[in-house]
Design a protein around this ligand. Sequence first.
Ligand SMILES: NC(=O)c1ccc[n+]([C@@H]2O[C@H](COP(=O)([O-])OP(=O)(O)OC[C@H]3O[C@@H](n4cnc5c(N)ncnc54)[C@H](OP(=O)(O)O)[C@@H]3O)[C@@H](O)[C@H]2O)c1
Length: 325
Amino acid sequence: MTTTHAVGFRQYGDTSVLESLERPLPALASDSVKIRVIAAGVNPADWRIRAGQFRLFIRNLPFVPGNDAAGIVEEVGTQVTSFRPGDAVYAMLPIALGGGYARHAVVPQSAVAHKPAPLSFAQAAAIPLTALTAFQGLRDYAGLQTGMRTLIYGASGGVGMFAVQIARQMGANVTAVTSGKNVEWVRQLGAEMVRDYTREDVTTGDEVYDVIFDTIGAHGINRWRRALRRGGILVSIDPIGANPLAQLQAATAGRRITAFIVRPSSTDLRLLNAWFTAGSIRPMIDRCYPLTPAGAAEAQTYSASGRVRGKLVLIADETHASNTN
Ligand SMILES: NC(=O)c1ccc[n+]([C@@H]2O[C@H](COP(=O)([O-])OP(=O)(O)OC[C@H]3O[C@@H](n4cnc5c(N)ncnc54)[C@H](OP(=O)(O)O)[C@@H]3O)[C@@H](O)[C@H]2O)c1
């Protein structure tokens, strides 16, 4: 059986449970791709899973976190025609399976796309889960159309930074919400208006939006109701935020609320590639760390602080992480 070097945990707990592990790689299925990982993204789900918050959904320990990987194809299954060994790719690994914090990952081809050529492997690793969340949320759940007045709440996080840029590319009129220190940074992502949630209550005021895309879940529908036009929709990425009671409250007020969980999609990564290749959307990296237990622990501690601006990335192969091929 093939194994790979990884960083993961054998029991739930604080960052001290993170350790180096030698983990078996799944046999290469006919529709799968084996990737030599050069860089892996870090997401809040990683430390939440490690802390045991999702233990109902995680069947087995040891667990290797990580849902974003960028690297080089080493091997392909017999049915794979779109990728060849040597291709530079990136992928979203399923949330409940993880596996990104490793030297190798085996991923269904339906979750893999060629890396946007101008981006480094580290930049590509900053994309999959959060860019797909923003894209699927705005396109599929908000039904975003040109000219819609759109509020992105939590605009400086991994999801928010892509939501601002993608909403602009989709022709929306974008207001972004962040804290004072990030206002200028978010403006440079393309937001037409930026509001500071530490200085004003953004759920009140004269502005009314067609779409509110909430990446934080700090306010329920009753607080957002006044900022949402009649018939408008609040899209949350906190599934609990759109519980049946909240949906009833929204419907009673003539508004809609929905929540969703991102799904891996090669097709959507390919659609995003056009924007990344043209440079009209950029992944912004806050910090990189080595793929070691100490590096992963530092990254997860920072992620858990809630203050990350853009994305955190773990580097598995320092020599190639800044390269574009
Ligand atoms: N449903 C799904 O499929 C899905 C997918 C991806 C992520 N998620 C979840 O969505 C959440 C966001 O993910 P992420 O990757 O964007 O997280 P993140 O990168 O860790 O978000 C950090 C950002 O959140 C901002 N922030 C923190 N508190 C805020 C507040 N009260 N109001 C406005 N902004 C605030 C911070 O800006 P300031 O420092 O300026 O406050 C910081 O820049 C996480 O809980 C994650 O688990 C769900």
